[in-house]
Design a protein around this ligand. Sequence first.
Ligand code: NIG
Ligand code: FE
Length: 417
Amino acid sequence: MYCTLLIQNCGQLLTMGSVGPGPLRGAQLSNWEVLEDAFLACQDGVIVSVGPMSELPAGFIGPETQVIDAAGRVVMPGLVECHTHLVFAGNRAHEFQRKLRGESYLDILASGGGILSTVRATRAAAEEELLANALYHLEGFRRYGITTLEAKSGYGLDRETELRLVRVAREAGRQQTVRVVPTFLGAHVVPPEFKGRPADYLNFLAEEVLPELQGEAEFVDIFCEEGAFSVADSRRYLEKAQALGFGLKIHAEQLHDLGGSAMAAELGAVSVDHCDYLSAADAARVAAQELTVAVLLPLVPLFLRQQQYAPGRQLIEQGVPVALSTDFNPGSCPSKNLWLAQSVACLNMGFTPREALAAVTINAAWAINRQHDCGSLEPGKRADVLVLDVRSYEELPYWLGENPVRQVIIGGQVQPA
Ligand code: NIG
Ligand code: FE
């Protein structure tokens, strides 16, 4: 059997191979496999074999085989970016100045800015402009080695614009090679039309928007926070979304400890995201769930000038499966650099380099229910592979702010530089 693509002479092949039946937790986060001096073989976009070069079957290389010589470099799975607000118009550079002068994220939101200023720009934008923006950002993500990406709506806050944002995310996924997984975040904040009536707005979303999105968006998310939605309102809304067949996610414990993470985990959410203020007691309730992943977003406290980071080390020790993401969005993280996010997780959340790598590959795949498809280099999975310009994975969080990606392969196809 010839293979269509062979990557040989991988100095370190990080397979992130299946360590357990669920998302990796505790010591599992460090126990994934590294093959030294290894090969990876693909057939028609799917991984068929990995192993040491000394065991490479002669029959793998035929006249049609594309051979890449990694020449001793690190080769690993494409990164999975499991939490982004991809589709929006404009930017918030003007608010960056306000923040530097000392205004807080919630103060800017309460004054009608923040998320609401991006909502105004997004409502006013044509669908083509939103699509062009999303494609531009996806190309940036691809250059950082992201091969699968979750994309939330949430800057429309009305029926028509929210449906447009989900449509744009899906269309952007079709027009380029990074796989896009759409999430509905209509419950981002209360729009001006429902000011002071959060429960009415959530009822409207559940009755008039969610039914239109069945088969279009895979997950429903909500921002559970002071100035956004309470735990009780979030629970009622998520239960309705679940009854309609959506997977659940939540933004919780970003700025205050309200208890949203434990609530969503107990409903069976695939992920609970932010967790900067998650208490040890609630972390134990998240850890007790089989599948819920805590998605930590280290660039957000950095960009919001917040001292409090999610207690990553403690969460790992309590057995919570953790993933890492940028949270790319125009307000709290205008960065697509998931390598920098790993560095900051090591520096300010107590991750080791090994744990950080598991958190942006296989555990990030679990956080968007794509673990069968991506996040590790195992036979049967899609051939999403990175060749990196380093010789040891330990260098990855060390080269602060660098992009180590030399080549990106998606579905067995080498991507243009
Ligand atoms: O995940 N916190 C809520 N939502 C986003 C930020 C959105 C924005 O500021 O535009 C987040 O941080
Ligand atoms: Fe977010």
